[in-house]
Design a protein around this ligand. Sequence first.
Ligand code: C5P
Length: 401
Amino acid sequence: MSLAQRRILLGVSGGIAAYKSCDLVRRLRGLGAEVRVVMTENATRFVGPATFQALSGEPVRISLWDDSAEAAMGHIELARWAERILIAPASAELLARLAHGHANDLLSTLCLASAAPLHVAPAMNQQMWAHPAVQANLQTLRQRGVLVWGPAVGEQACGDVGSGRMLEPEALRDAMVASFGGGMLDGLRVLISAGPTYEDIDPVRFIGNRSSGRMGFALAEAAALEGAQVTLVAGPVGLPTPAGVGVRVDVRSAAQMHAAVLNAAAEADIYIGTAAVGDYRPAEVAKRKVKKQAGADLVLQLAENPDILASLSAQAAHPFLVGFAAETHDVLIYAHEKLQRKGLDMIAANQVGEGLGFEASENALSVVWDGGSIDLARASKSVLARQLVGIVAERFRAARP
Ligand code: C5P
């Protein structure tokens, strides 16, 4: 990994996560990047400019009206100098100003004056993050091509737990490296489905499964780090969008997932189906809550859901298809059978149970394709995801040179 001679403008806005950005400067410089820091007035309440100045080895800019700084490198020059602008932390206030095109301080002015790709790493209280106003601003920024990295879920400085923590400096550094290319999936469009599906019985009940979505989300992150343009179709999960994922589509049922995946597949080079799609759905969804009839059993009629992978492989032109097979026994036998039956290019099979697979943070995979296989030993899902993405990239290039 290298960022040698890359010119990165780091914008720091007002939030307690600003202290983590000190480490981020060190990590970016550690890979050879030139980093210049621009702070908002509010950011200086959390970390002193002298700290960033010492870490970046460059003067820190705060105001548009600093004559000596403008004489050294004017703000337009600074905007042109930057190859990337990363705002970390990006506060709700700064995101709002960016969404509305304000230019009322140096940092927001630079964002308008620069042609460099803009990346933001939001950090705020979980309630603020969930606010429709914040989400609407992010939507606007995303539509303009701004890449939103994070936030992560976890404990917050204010004591809350939820989504809104700034991504760790290491993850931001890796995403920055990936943004300059050189990855195994550079220029490829990867579509990933993740999580369970919920099949409604009535307005309050559904049939679901225990998939957490973590394997698919880890794969989405790993694929983005290898330079892919990633679209993530997610069933009902409480997971934040990983850094670098371009588009996320949230769905609930297998039918919705089927539609979303088929819709996006025309634009994809690779489809990885990690989702645990419900095989059946209630034949009819009751409009009103089904009432309990004491002393009588209830029979639920189920209708078969369409198989997403099989629908794709039946199409004349389709992406490179990677399936998953979670089994409790005879894993490899079922994997080979599924590879053939669904017309897949590759399948990743795992045994569920004993702290592995569904709901667990670790997994172990056997990856099988026509003419080969490889076992990936037990590891965290993020480690496995990086390994699997490497194999997918290799097999894709072999199958479609
Ligand atoms: O046959 P089984 O459901 O075990 O196969 C699992 C694989 O098939 C996963 O990759 C899953 O995403 C995919 N699948 C699908 N559509 C379904 C059911 C499963 O694409 N309706």
